[in-house]
Write a protein of this length. Structure first.
Length: 268
């Protein structure tokens, strides 16, 4: 494809024009900027073949809604949608008539059970107003797991999905901090993504991209990408990003498949 190749000449460079063809709803300016940053780091993290690049774009494109949103939205305005996505017995406090101690976790890394106990998700359950379009939803449903404390700590909304691959959970932020700081390349540029530097994951495209590539490398996702471009290959890799184990499908699996295959057809 045509288009200006960004300044850094990677082994497998991509152009803003290619990204704009893949993400037609994203501005050319954004595509040019993202392409330049990808090319800056793609060799370091060995995202250097059409197959690997297509998988990478399929994942970050889905997570960021076309490279545009570097933070997960906290606003679920529909009670039905909240129930559909988060309606599980362990999240009993979501529903009217059920109350949980939000300052504690159960021993099995779930929030405290409710009084009365919720034993089944039924059609008559109604989501509480306090969880509608509110960070309370993530403080609760992301609590007691992924390195997060109970809902009262607000770790859930603090460490919700950020960056190009939407890093999620305090534990993951700490892992990326360790990976970043243990790289000699960053000796004069230390980060605390679980503290003072968290906002850089949403305000600095360069930092957000590099942090996402540390995640990619840590999860050995190039190995999964090398397996191919079939749905099962994309779903397994997407599961590693989204935190589910195949045969369960990751959120947005249809988008991950579509973008990855479309990108591969353009890049190959």
């Amino acid at each position: 494809m045509g288009g200006k190749v960004p300044e850094h000449q990677a082994t497998f460079p991509i152009t803003g024009a290619q990204l704009h063809e893949i993400f037609s709803g994203t501005s050319q300016e954004r595509c040019d900027e993202v392409a330049s940053i990808i090319n800056k780091y793609s060799d370091k993290f060995e995202i250097n073949t059409p197959l690997r690049m297509a998988h990478f774009l399929g994942q970050i494109g889905t997570e960021t809604v076309g490279l545009k949103k570097l933070q997960e939205s906290t606003c679920y305005s529909s009670k039905d949608r909240i129930k559909e996505v988060f309606g599980k017995i362990k999240y009993c406090d979501l529903f009217e008539g059920y109350e949980s101690d939000l300052t504690e976790c159960d021993s099995d890394e779930t929030p405290k059970s409710c009084n009365p106990a919720l034993k089944k998700i039924t059609s008559d359950l109604v989501v509480k107003d306090k969880y509608v379009c509110s960070s309370n939803l993530f403080d609760y449903t992301y609590s007691c797991r992924m390195g997060n404390g109970p809902a009262s700590t607000k770790d859930g909304s603090t460490f919700l999905g950020k960056g190009f691959i939407h890093l999620t959970g305090k534990g993951q932020y700490q892992t990326i901090t360790t990976l970043w700081n243990s790289d000699s390349e960053n000796a004069n540029n230390k980060m605390e993504f679980d503290g003072r530097d968290i906002d850089l994951l949403t305000t600095n495209l360069d930092v957000a991209m590099k942090a996402s590539m540390y995640f990619w490398q840590k999860k050995k996702l190039n190995d999964f990408a090398d397996n191919g471009i079939e749905n099962i290959d994309i779903d397994k890799l997407g599961g590693k990003v989204n935190g589910v184990i195949y045969p369960s499908l990751p959120n947005g699996y249809d988008s991950r498949r579509s973008i990855t295959k479309g990108a591969f057809n353009i890049l190959k």
